[in-house]
Write a protein that binds this ligand. Sequence first.
Ligand SMILES: C[S@@+](CC[C@H](N)C(=O)[O-])C[C@H]1O[C@@H](n2cnc3c(N)ncnc32)[C@H](O)[C@@H]1O
Length: 231
Amino acid sequence: MRHHDTAGHRHDPTASAGQPGQPDVGDETARFWEEHYGRNERVWSGRANPILVEVATPLPAGTVLDLGCGEGADAIWLAGRGWRVTAVDVAETALARAAEEATAAGVESRIEFRRHDLTRTFPPGEYDLVSAQFLQSPLELPRAQLLQSAARAVAPGGRLLIVEHGEVPPWGRHDHAHARFSTPSETLAVLDLDPDRWDTERLDAPRRQATGPHGETGELVDHVVLVRRTR
Ligand SMILES: C[S@@+](CC[C@H](N)C(=O)[O-])C[C@H]1O[C@@H](n2cnc3c(N)ncnc32)[C@H](O)[C@@H]1O
């Protein structure tokens, strides 16, 4: 299993995909997500995403790539269960918060936080689990390219887990109310996987009760795709 030798470093905002110096980050993307995280001291709940917990709990700990890790709750939960985590996001503020939380949780030695604009660079290596949890953006994301890169980063025997909103959350922005989300089957089709090398383990749209950013409760629909690379 290949993994970065530098795992365990605190967040290094200058780290990029194999090249020293500034990461290659789009201005609009950086500005949008910095503003998003800058509005509040903490944006997300701090709890690991439930479908990730469900999927990863029975798996043996290995290496994991967390795409769009935000404030790091999934990365910290995984590291706490023995996984070696590479966690990437475009937002420096989110990465700094995540690194601080990882240190507070005593798991910083098992997480490498890296800054990537995934529309421009993708972390190298192969992983036992690649996780994309709500890697969704109001800005342009080359979704097919990104998800196919995620699949290429899965080691033989490893898994790719994609969880996305299936509907706008009840507390979501009204101007997104008519947004159309890809179904799990459409997402699977976008991955364009070789059926001789991949098994589909989950393709569903479970509903769950959740709490919004201001304490409001409501029902969410998650679109879940879990595929396993057989060889
Ligand atoms: C909806 S949030 C989800 C965060 C986290 N995975 C979670 O479930 O709480 C989307 C995350 O993707 C990140 N993101 C959006 N566009 C990105 C890009 N082009 N490259 C890297 N990260 C990006 C954002 O900064 C944000 O942290």
